[in-house]
Design a protein around this ligand. Structure first.
Ligand code: 6PG
Length: 228
């Protein structure tokens, strides 16, 4: 995994945006597919992508990486975060956004979304934007979760055992086959509290069950963008 370190928020954001736009513009495919994570780090990047309107929104299909099993207008909803960040400035976004439908029962929502992912050529995102948690989770692939072992289904329901209450504990996530098949991975980490996490990613003896994000190190086109 390549590492790009930044000390200023604006340079970090500008470089991540440039990387995403270059994937969109240089892709040969008519429609480029991009996986979007939730979390705090990517929000300003999504806003910048929409506000600057520096590429043709008709060219991109956007896919949610994971979701909490909460209504779409809930503060913990990734649907809410992503659509607010993109949709305010770019109404065309909604036509091209694919998401877990939390109005459905979780297992059904995962199945329906997996069918959507199956329509992507070779089930391969051109780019996936991921984050990393202090416990080593990425997407909603948490330590010791059975979801880590999934080799067939592209999306599953899962649980964040450490979360305080049922709706936030219950999650929907894409799985390793979908993540690792992506042509390119951008792993985003921001803030001093991520220092130990990044140290654990590269230098700990933890295995991929204990620290799932370590599987990203298998990928040959993955870059960590790190705002220290
Ligand atoms: C989410 C994502 C999660 C996130 C990491 C990092 O929806 O929260 O599933 O994997 O990317 O927890 O989050 P931060 O960007 O907030 O550090």
């Amino acid at each position: 995994m390549d590492i790009k370190k930044f000390s200023s928020e604006s340079t970090f954001e500008a470089n991540v945006v440039t990387e995403i736009v270059s994937v969109i513009e240089n892709g040969s495919a008519k429609n480029c597919s991009i996986g979007l994570s939730g979390g705090k780090t990517p929000r300003p990047i999504y806003q910048a992508l929409a506000n600057n309107a520096i590429f043709d929104f008709e060219k991109v299909e956007w896919y949610m990486v994971d979701e909490r099993c909460v209504p779409r207008d809930n503060q913990d909803s990734n649907y809410k975060m992503i659509t607010e960040a993109f949709g305010k400035a770019e109404p065309n976004f909604f036509k091209h956004f694919h998401y877990f439908d939390t109005a459905l029962e979780p297992a059904t929502a995962a199945e329906v979304y997996a069918k959507e992912l199956n329509k992507i050529p070779s089930q391969q995102f051109d780019l996936i934007i991921l984050g990393i948690g202090a416990d080593g989770h990425t997407a909603s692939l948490f330590p010791h979760s059975p979801a880590l072992l999934e080799t067939e289904r592209l999306a599953v329901r899962t649980i964040n055992e450490k979360a305080p209450n049922p709706p936030v504990r219950d999650r929907l996530t894409i799985t390793w086959p979908m993540i690792l098949a992506s042509k390119q991975i951008l792993l985003l980490a921001s803030g001093v509290d991520k220092k130990d996490t990044i140290e654990a990613l590269f230098n700990s003896n933890l295995d991929t069950t204990q620290f799932p994000a370590k599987r990203l190190l298998e990928h040959t086109n993955a870059t960590l963008f790190w705002l220290e």
